[in-house]
Design a protein around this ligand. Sequence first.
Ligand SMILES: *[C@@H]1O[C@H](CO)[C@@H](O)[C@H](O)[C@H]1NC(C)=O
Length: 429
Amino acid sequence: MLSCLLSVWLFASSTLAQTAMFTRGQKFQIILTGVPDTSKNPLPPTDAPVFDVDLFNTDAGTIDALKAQGKTVICYFSAGSLENWRTDAKDFPASDQGKVLDGWPDEKWIRTGSAKIRDIMSKRIKMAADKGCDAIDPDNTDGYQNDNGLNLQQADLIDYMRFLQRTAAGYNMQIGLKNSIDILGTLSSIMDFAVNEECAKNAECSRYNAFLNSNKPVFHIEYPSKMNPVPNNDKNNYCSGAGTSGMSTVLKNISLDGLVIYCDGSQVDTPTRGNGPSRPPKSTSKPGTRSSTTRRFPSSSSSHRTSSSRSAVTSSTMITIPSTTTEEPPSSPPSSSPSEESPTPTPITTPSSTSTSTTSSSTQRSSTPRPSSSRTSSQRPVSTPANPGGGCKQKHWDQCGGQDWKGCTVCESPYQCKGVSPPYYYQCL
Ligand SMILES: *[C@@H]1O[C@H](CO)[C@@H](O)[C@H](O)[C@H]1NC(C)=O
């Protein structure tokens, strides 16, 4: 009996050992704007075994469904910045908040060594485990390469990544290193994969050689100047540039929506839902960040958080995204996901002020929601009923309420004012 059990156990464990969750060259898809619509089964790209999705926006049901379709699910979250629209934003102590991220006004660097911050991240990692994620993709951990206001050093990042890895491993989840090639060598033994943005554009993909040789995947994202079609130089450089061989390369729009182009020329638009209201303006994409070494203090010209400020091409041509424009359905914090604690859509009430109620929608969009700084002051504006009507009507996607909101709180039909990130932000949806 015992030997029988033992052999079953041995069999099971050897099977497990054989099936590495991640291997070099795996095809992947990454979607941080919107959530994969798993009502489509099979969901394209059917031959991509790895999906990287937003931890907060993607509910457990979607993750289950992805896994049922054979996908390995990586859950993305920012581990090194405070995104002021997240449901746990109020838990970040003011004393642990540093400078605003260059080009991302709703985000601040955070003190990654702080016990309170680590506690928050532990909860996020638990959330990932509870939702069924197989692995985590913690972003923005490279504050040390930026003007962070907290004196973060490279050693802090190494220690922090070790902490994140231990915590994830405690739930049997794997972890990847986002960008930060400088510390790849130090951490490669405990990182299960890497996620890179723009190493080809920045001519540094070769630095992943050793990592790839250990049979771990590098999920490599490049943002061509144009998606449809991708210009030939971009494609050649991103798909065949030095060091890209063996990488899991995707060509994506910076918004990281459902559209993906692979180096074999195939193109897939993965159906998504909740496309519009998934993130606030200026943060539409979560393209990680400045990649490497050369970029300690990004110039102020960068309008998104990729390595754009290093590249004139990037910053001049690629930034057609929601980040700077007011065109897109901009705003809006995530958390439309059922499993999130995101409060139910409740009509909002805001400080009164009828005078501004007719502000144009574009103005309102660009006036960003939930000023993060307000959190640091002791008194938070209390929402009071006001202006219920006044003749104003906000359009689809417009902000219609939230802390400090002084504009119109009524939505035109058929939209309703919903709390997408209460108490900070409400939007006509
Ligand atoms: C990315 O998508 C946005 C929104 O759909 C679009 O306006 C923009 O032109 C796209 N960018 C590229 C490089 O294709």
